[in-house]
Structure formats: C-alpha cells, structure tokens
Design a protein around this ligand. Structure first.
Ligand SMILES: *[C@@H]1O[C@H](CO)[C@@H](O)[C@H](O)[C@H]1NC(C)=O
Ligand SMILES: *[C@@H]1O[C@H](CO)[C@@H](O)[C@H](O)[C@H]1NC(C)=O
Ligand SMILES: *[C@@H]1O[C@H](CO)[C@@H](O)[C@H](O)[C@H]1NC(C)=O
Ligand SMILES: *[C@@H]1O[C@H](CO)[C@@H](O)[C@H](O)[C@H]1NC(C)=O
Ligand SMILES: *[C@@H]1O[C@H](CO)[C@@H](O)[C@H](O)[C@H]1NC(C)=O
Ligand SMILES: *[C@@H]1O[C@H](CO)[C@@H](O)[C@H](O)[C@H]1NC(C)=O
Ligand SMILES: *[C@@H]1O[C@H](CO)[C@@H](O)[C@H](O)[C@H]1NC(C)=O
Ligand SMILES: [Ca+2]
Length: 921
C-alpha cells in the first residue's frame, strides 16, 4: 500500500519533468542543470531550486527533501552572539571564532582569515568585541546586549522579543531578563518554564482523545492509557469538554444528521448521565467543534456548507456567525476571556483568521506561506495561535495580532495533523498519515525548543481530536457578560448570548425567523418578512440574506442538500420557497422556517430554469428546456395530478419565467445558443392559460437570464448574460432602456426588483449586488463561492390581491380583502351564481371590482364545481367574448389587460383577473 502510494506520488509530482528527461537519458548520461535549478543526486534530473525542501519529493530519489538538507535551514536559528556552523545544526558562541580551537567540525571557525582580518577589526572600533568570519568582520556585544544602529556601540537586548525566551511572562531588564508564571503555574528550575500547580483534589492533567471507535484518556507522558467509552463504528472526529460542569461532549458523524452527545466525567473515571443534545441545525458535516467554557455555547465548523455556526447549550438556538469568504474551513479554537474565535480556511487564499465570538471584526492573521492550514490551538497566557499546515508540513505560531510569526517545527512527520492542543511547554497533536494506514500517533512537541516530535503512543485509528483536560486549560472569570439574569436569560438575551471581543461584552442573536428588537436583546417575529434569497451550487443550497447588509438576522433556514437550485420563487401565504433543482430534475419546496421539505414534481422534468408562483390562483408555472421545450403549470397542491403543458415548441432555451396574475400575463425568456446567423434571444408573453402567445421583446438580446416585474410602475426588468447589462421596458411595450451596464456585470443570472432597487446575482463571480435605481449606485451585498443562480426578494407583503389594499384603504381603513366578512363573501358569490357580472356586483355591494374578482377566484378554486347549479357555473369566456378579446389584442399588440379593461367587453362576466384561472384544470 505505502509503496504504491509513494510511487504514485513521485510520478504525479514529476510528470512534466521526468517525461522529457526519460527520452534523453536512455544511456543515463549525467546532465548539467541550468542556473536556478537543483541537480538531484541521481545526476540525471534537474528541478527548480524553489522545489527544494517544499515537503514534496520532486527528485526521483527524493534527494531534494533529505533531512540533512532541509531541516537544518528551517529550524536552526542561533541565539544572540552565536553563529551556525555551516551545514549543521550546531551554533557556537562568537567567542569561539578564531580562538585557536576548532569548534565547528569542518574548521569553519578557524583559519588564515583570523590573522588577515585583524586590522579590519581594529578599524571597526567595536565597543565590546569584533567577530571575524571567513567572509567579513562585524562588532558584537556582551551577552544580554546587542549592537546598535551605528554598528559599534552596544544597547540592551530585549530577550522577551525572542519567541520562547520564557514560557509565560517575560520581563526585560538591562543586560538580562526575568521569567515568571501566571497564577496557577510554578516556575521551574530552568528559570524559564512554567508548569501547572496541582492543588489538592485537582485531577492531574490528562489527554482526552477521540478516535474512530472510542474515547480514551492518557497521562501527558502517554502512560496509563484508558478507554472511557466505546463508540459505534463510524465514531467521531470531534470532542471537547466543559471543565466547570465536568462534562465531555463529542460529535457522532455517523447518521444522516450528526449527533452531539455529552456525558459527565468525574476524575477521568468514565462517563455517566450520557445524553443527546438536539441542535436545530444539522451537524452532519461538522468535523471540528469547540466549547466556549464561559457560556457553554458550542462552536461548529461545517465543511460542506462552508460556515461557522454556534448553538447554545441546549441546542434550541443556532446562528451562523461566519459564512462569507470561507471555502474550506477546518480548525477552530476559542478564547472566551478575550471573546475571540480563531479558525483556519483554505480556499483561494489559505488563511488563519480571527474574529469576535459573535463573528464580527474579522481579521486575517496569516495569509501567506500557508497552503492547507488545518488544526488550531491557543496559548491563552501568551496569547499565541498555533496552527498546522498539512501541505507545507509544519506547525507555526503567531500572536493574536498576526505578528511575531515563528516556525515551531517543519518536517514530514507533522503532515496530517488533525487535532492540536497546547499545555505548559508542549503541543499535543494527533497525526495519521493515510498512506501508512490505520494508525493515529499522538505527538508531544516542545514548542520552544523543538528537536523531534515525541510519539507518546500509537493507536489503531484514523483521524481524531485531542484536548488537554485540566482546570487551567479553561480559566474562569468572576462574572461575564452572558451570565444568566433574573429571568434565566443569558446576558438578558431572549435567544442566544455570544461573547464579543472580551468576556465583558456580548451580542444577543435571534434564531432563524426572528429579528432583533431595538433593545438588542429581545427577539420578535418580524411582522413583514422581507429578505433576499438565492440559490447556489457546490454545495447546492438556498440561502437567505438580510436586505440590510449590517444585520445578521436570518429570516429563513437554509435549504440544503440540493445540487443546482437554479430557479426559485416563493409563496407568502404558505411561507414556502419553491425551487427547481436542475441536476436532480425536480421541483421542490420548503417553508422558510425549515419545515415541510417536499418534492412537488419530479417526473417529466428536464432543465427547469425558471419557475413562477401565481399567488392568486395558487399555481406554479415553469419552463422546461429538454427534448421538449415547454411552458407548464400545476397547482401548488397536488401538483403532479394537476400538471398541464400550456405551450410547446418554437423555443430554443426557455429560461426565466414570471407571471403577472394581476394582469393575467406570463412572460418568459428564450436564449439563443450563440450570435451566429443573427440569431437572437427574446422575451415572449402569453395569457396565463397559454393562449395569445406573442413575442414581447426581441432585438439586441441573446441570453436574457432573469425576469422581474415592478407591479407599481408596470415595468419589467431583465438581465442579459451575453450583453452584460440590465434592461427595462414598460409592460405596454414602450420605454425599453438599459438601466445598468457597469463592470460588475460579468454574467448576471438572477434578478429581482424591490421598491427602488434591483438586486442581481453574478453567476461566476458569485456576488450579490444591489442597484439603486435613483442614484445608480451599486453595492456589493455578498461574495460567495461560484456558481450563484436565481435570486428573489421575499416580501411578505407583495403577494396581495389586485390593488385591493390601496382601493380599500382610501375608502375604509378597516376593510381589507382578507378581512371581508363571510356574509359579504357569500353575497358576492351568490350574486355571481345568479349570473351577475363583476361590474354589477361591485357596484351593488360597494366592493371594488378587483376584490370581487379575487373572491370569485378563490370561490372557483375551492368550490366543487360539479355540484353547482347551472346558472352559477363559473363563467368561462364565451366564444363571443374570446373573439372580442382577440380582436382587440391583435389590433393593438402591446396592450395589457389592465388597459384592455376586459370588463368593458360585451360579455359582462369576463373580467380581467378572470383570465388567470381560465379553468384549464
Ligand atoms: C558570509 O557568507 C554567508 C554565505 O556564504 C552569508 O550567509 C553571510 O551573510 C556572510 N556574512 C557576512 C558578514 O558577509
Ligand atoms: C508518567 O507520568 C506519571 C505521573 O504523571 C508517572 O507516575 C509515570 O511514572 C510517568 N511515566 C513515565 C513512563 O514516565
Ligand atoms: C477590530 O479589529 C481591529 C484590528 O483588526 C481593531 O483595531 C479594532 O479595535 C477592533 N474593533 C473592535 C470593536 O474591537
Ligand atoms: C533544547 O533541547 C535540547 C535537547 O533536548 C537541549 O540540549 C537544550 O539545552 C535545550 N535548549 C534550551 C534553550 O532549553
Ligand atoms: C447558420 O449559417 C450556417 C452557415 O452560414 C448555415 O449552414 C446554417 O443553416 C445557419 N443556421 C440557421 C439556423 O440559419
Ligand atoms: C406605457 O406605460 C408607461 C408607464 O406605465 C406610461 O408612462 C406610458 O405613457 C405608456 N405608453 C403608452 C403608449 O401607453
Ligand atoms: C469577475 O470575474 C472576472 C473573471 O473571472 C474578472 O475578470 C472580473 O474582474 C470580475 N469582476 C468583478 C467585479 O469582480
Ligand atoms: Ca535585556
């Protein structure tokens, strides 16, 4: 197994290089390498010098990665007043240069230069002493001092600025320095190291290790390995503990949702009172988890939906705190005393980041010379962040501000670090090299004076997490900002309290579907739900986004486990989001509160690139781009029994669709493949029963992508992914105009109108933009990982009956269509059944025509038609009426039904909204 892997590695790493060489080197003739190339020891391969010691064997004999070549360069850094014996790990004091005794093995420190450079040294006029090396001279100072800028005089050396001078607190003094330890630790005889004090009754520090089949504990030296609990076969990758509550929690990633379990552990003696913590968000794809030991909140990294979220101790509230600019999040660690969270991510830019524990004030600590950062661990005393990089095979450290970066260890033994913990002078790490098979090593690495990692123990297992179980790993404070108040609310927050930038400051957040009150504590159900939502691929998910960029309220639970949710729409009455997943060939729905996920339609669907909800008749329209190109409709309920194809053919690639049930028109876009032969895209329209089909817009159009209507001004907006602009046109066919064609438009996909703004998604650049139609300003709302698909503004108020609101409000504030009394409804219906026209009913009952229309619509929808007496049978268009309409429309092709004012036509029972139900079921 391992030989095979290594062979493969070599071939793939070298492919371009070896291939050209093997043609030439048939006789194995030694070759010369160019400047900037390294000659492998096999004498036939040249590799770029940059590939030396990069952790990957590039020479066939791996001579570019030998330990004598590579480790020396990286790790050896000589102390002050010392010099490295070239090519070795040995450092000698300046005093030993030219002292007549050979101190470096190769005699580098002695030689003729010692005599020749005497006069040069004399001229330097060093205050303290002069160093003579083979290639030059310079001054040095007494131990504890360093040469100042003038190159000759001496000043105090700040030893505390050197990584690892003291294991905890360091005090610089003139000519020297002093180490001390913080509370709970004792200074050791070496005067630099601190070890944890053991109070009577303290359990001794121990390692907690979780791996595929059990949770185990050992002493810090690897002795006394004990199994605390066996796990089922899938096991866990993640574990943490809550010292104050003597509780250990771990994640079981086996079943479809993932499970968080916690148990009490007294004195490392096995578990009692084990329980499940049910979190409202799925933990299926969580690999790293950590506990904030002040509040008890759990922090999770979801590696599939690429976000970091936090759940409270009981799991009933979970909120996402980071989901932007996150591509492959891995390790996570918290310092609740500082209110800070640290995490690693490797996407386009590999990075180690920091933010407050509520997700705010995000700051990059490291974003260069890191390729695949994995685990992170914190030194809470010195405020240092350790992280492992599994591509560059190192563990490095920076401080909380991203400064003072230092390599702790770099060598192939530390690739594949999954878990990392810091205690006293050591790092503890779990390591498992997949090519070596099923073993997990526990390493102990001195973090200030690294020689080799010490393998404490090897366990038969794959990856797993590690923690040092000790009181001092989770220091307490007297009181923090999320302490529960008199009413049992943490930090006074009604849902969840997150520390933010310090243990003394906090942020309240609300669970999905609630928004924060003005006091910043109280969560309420928003009266009018209003948010943006959009579909995205890789992984396929539909997410919500507050229209106010600054707010982190979440109005909808993300719809996950999708592939390519390209088309989306919503229905406010049922609170449902509808989506077409083009790769799964289905149309589904889910409520914005995360409930009632259902497949609405799944047979006979090809590429459904556009869907639109008719909220008046409760129907769903969609385009289908497959072998058949169709526009179809079905009821929202019982969709598969009620589906019907309205239009077929004469389309190239039907895409977006939008219905205008107020005026009974539907519009859809049709792509052309390319620009040859003057082919053109177009927007077509038809009545919502499929009749009266006609081309609405066609010139200067190729890939019209999204469609959206502004009902207020009777305007349609669309974006063209070929011409990269956003256009508009009045629904009466006049006033076509480009509204925006700025550089942000690269391949616009979804578009949605709300009030004075247009929102759109960029497919490849994966951004969500807002265009202010008045000022022309464009704002970037969100950046995502591509691709992004359709987008809509969910407006709880938008799906009203036809102009009911304005018409009624002016006459009678209290009278709204939804509140019409039952008697009034009955009266209207009975008048209709007796054959009266809308006009008359409206006049007689003093209810606006449109309201009458919508009542009739509802009545038709729910009334069992068969049992109706003949006279009251819902009026279909009479032939006469139909002909009249057609005549009118053909005379004036751009007319809309509003203008047509169908009620004026000879058949009085035909009114405009009537057409949207036209009884095609
Ligand atoms: C001496 O030469 C070595 C490499 O040969 C170089 O790294 C070093 O900086 C040089 N020292 C001085 C003082 O020039
Ligand atoms: C490991 O540490 C424990 C105490 O922590 C000690 O009793 C034991 O002797 C040590 N084992 C070894 C092999 O050093
Ligand atoms: C946020 O972080 C920056 C450093 O990146 C810091 O200067 C600033 O004070 C922090 N803001 C808050 C509110 O803590
Ligand atoms: C570092 O470790 C080595 C070997 O364990 C030891 O000889 C050396 O004295 C240590 N150096 C310091 C500064 O502690
Ligand atoms: C496009 O042009 C090519 C050659 O110019 C021709 O063969 C083809 O039939 C044309 N296609 C259409 C749809 O007109
Ligand atoms: C078309 O509609 C727009 C806006 O509704 C209106 O301003 C314009 O006068 C209309 N044009 C025609 C020809 O009806
Ligand atoms: C969008 O992406 C393209 C290429 O992928 C790039 O050239 C362009 O600058 C990006 N535009 C924006 C606004 O990010
Ligand atoms: Ca000093």
């Amino acid at each position: 197994m391992s030989t095979f892997l290594i062979a493969f590695f070599t071939i793939s790493g070298l492919f371009s290089c070896v291939k050209t060489l093997t043609d030439v080197d048939a006789e194995q003739e030694p070759i010369l390498c160019d400047v900037g190339e390294f000659h492998c020891y096999d004498e036939v391969t040249c590799i770029p010098e940059g590939w030396l010691c990069d952790g990957e064997p590039d020479c066939p004999d791996a001579s570019d990665e030998t330990s004598d070549r590579c480790t020396g360069d990286v790790v050896v850094r000589c102390p002050l007043n010392h010099i490295q014996c070239i090519g070795t790990r040995k450092c000698i004091h300046f005093n030993k240069l030219c002292n007549g005794a050979i101190d470096c093995e190769d005699g580098f420190d002695e030689g003729v230069h010692c005599r020749e450079l005497l006069s040069a040294c004399h001229e330097l006029r060093c205050r303290y002493g002069c160093v003579m090396t083979r290639n030059g001279t310079f001054c040095f100072c007494a131990d504890g001092f360093e040469v100042s800028e003038d190159g000759t005089s001496c000043r105090d050396h700040d030893e505390c600025a050197v990584y690892g001078a003291c294991s905890q607190t360091c005090l610089n003094t003139y000519g020297s320095y002093r180490c001390s330890c913080t509370e709970g630790y004792i200074l050791q005889n070496d005067r630099t190291s601190c070890t944890a004090k053991q109070d009577p009754g303290d359990s001794p520090p121990a390692l907690l290790i979780v791996r595929s089949d059990h949770i185990a504990t050992t002493r810090l030296n690897g002795s006394n390995l004990q199994t605390l609990r066996l796990l089922d076969k899938y096991g866990s990758l993640s574990l943490d503990y809550y010292y104050q509550e003597e509780e250990v929690c771990w994640l079981l990633s086996s079943d479809s949702t993932g499970r968080l379990r916690c148990a009490k552990m007294k004195n490392l003696n096995g578990f009692t009172m084990e329980k499940d913590i049910k979190t409202v968000q799925s933990l299926q794809n969580v690999e790293h988890m950590t506990i904030d030991w002040l509040t008890g909140n759990f922090y999770f990294v979801d590696r599939v939906s690429d976000r970091i979220f936090v759940c409270n101790r009981v799991g009933d509230t979970c909120v996402t705190i980071i989901d932007l600019d996150l591509t492959n999040p891995k390790g996570i660690a918290v310092d609740p005393l500082m209110g800070m969270l640290f995490f690693t991510d490797y996407g386009n830019v590999a990075k180690v980041e920091r933010c407050h524990m509520d997700g705010t004030n995000r700051t990059r600590l490291v974003d260069y010379k890191t390729e695949q950062p994995t685990a992170v661990a914190l030194d809470l005393v010195k405020k240092l962040v350790y992280w492992a990089d599994s591509y560059l095979d190192y563990i490095e450290v920076v401080d909380y501000n991203g400064k003072n970066r230092h390599a702790v260890i770099q060598r192939s033994q530390v690739s594949y670090i999954h878990g990392l913990a810091v205690f006293e002078n050591y790092l503890y790490a779990t390591h498992s090299d997949p090519s070596i098979g099923n073993t997990m090593d526990i390493f102990k690495i001195h973090r200030f004076n690294t020689t080799e990692p010490r393998t404490l123990t090897s366990l038969g297992s794959s990856r797993g997490a590690i923690r040092v179980y000790h009181r001092l790993s989770q220091p307490k404070v007297r009181s923090h900002a999320c302490e529960t108040d008199l009413y049992g609310k943490p930090g006074g927050c009604s849902h969840i309290c997150l520390l933010s930038g310090s243990y003394k400051s906090r942020t309240c957040r609300c669970r999905t579907g609630f928004s924060m009150g003005s006091d910043g504590q109280y969560c309420k159900k928003p009266k009018n739900d209003l948010f943006l939502f959009y579909g995205k691929g890789r992984p396929g998910v539909i997410r919500g986004l507050d229209m106010n960029v600054k707010s982190s309220d979440e109005h909808m639970v993300p719809i996950e486990d999708l592939v390519n949710p390209r088309a989306i729409d919503y229905h406010t009455e049922s609170g449902q989001i509808y989506f077409a997943d083009t790769t799964s060939f289905l149309i589904g729905r889910q409520k914005i509160d995360g409930n009632s996920r259902e497949t609405v339609l799944k047979d006979d669907l090809d590429n459904v690139e556009g869907i639109s909800v008719d909220w008046i008749a409760n129907n769903l329209y969609w385009t289908n781009d497959g072998y058949r190109k169709t526009i179809s409709v079905a009821r929202l309920e019982r969709a598969s029994q009620t589906r019907k194809t309205l239009l077929e053919g004469d389309m190239s690639h039907p895409r977006a669709i939008v219905v205008d049930p107020l005026n009974s028109w539907m519009y859809w876009t049709d792509w052309e493949e390319d620009e040859v032969n003057d082919s053109i895209g177009r927007i077509e329209k038809a009545w919502m029963d499929g009749s009266n089909r006609r081309i609405f817009v066609t010139s200067n159009m190729l890939w019209p992508n999204g469609l959206t209507l502004d009902h207020g001004t009777s305007t349609m907006y669309w974006c063209d992914a070929y011409y990269d602009h956003i256009e508009k046109i009045h629904l009466n066919g006049t006033g076509r105009q480009v509204v925006y064609n700025g550089k942000q438009l690269n391949h616009p996909f979804g578009i949605s109108h709300y009030r004075n703004s247009i929102f759109w998604t960029e497919y490849m650049n994966a951004s969500v933009f807002q265009l202010d139609l008045t000022s022309g300003d464009v704002t970037l709302l969100r950046s995502e990982r591509p691709p992004l698909f359709g987008l809509r503004v969910y407006d709880g108020q938008s799906q009203q009956g036809p102009t009911v609101d304005s018409a009624c409000k002016s006459k009678n504030q209290a009278m709204r269509s939804k509140e019409l009394s039952v008697e009034l409804r009955d009266r209207i219906v009975s008048r209709l059944r007796s054959g009266e026209g809308y006009q008359n009913i409206s006049a007689a009952s003093k209810v606006p025509k449109n309201t009458v229309a919508s009542i009739i619509l509802k009545w038709k929808k729910f009334w069992p038609t068969k049992t109706l007496p003949r006279a009251g049978h819902p009026a279909k268009l009479s032939n006469q009426g139909r002909r009249a309409l057609v005549r009118e429309v053909t005379k004036n092709p751009m007319v809309t039904l509003t203008e047509l004012s169908v009620c004026k036509l000879p058949t009085s029972t035909v009114c405009k909204s009537n057409i949207s139900v036209l009884n095609f079921f």
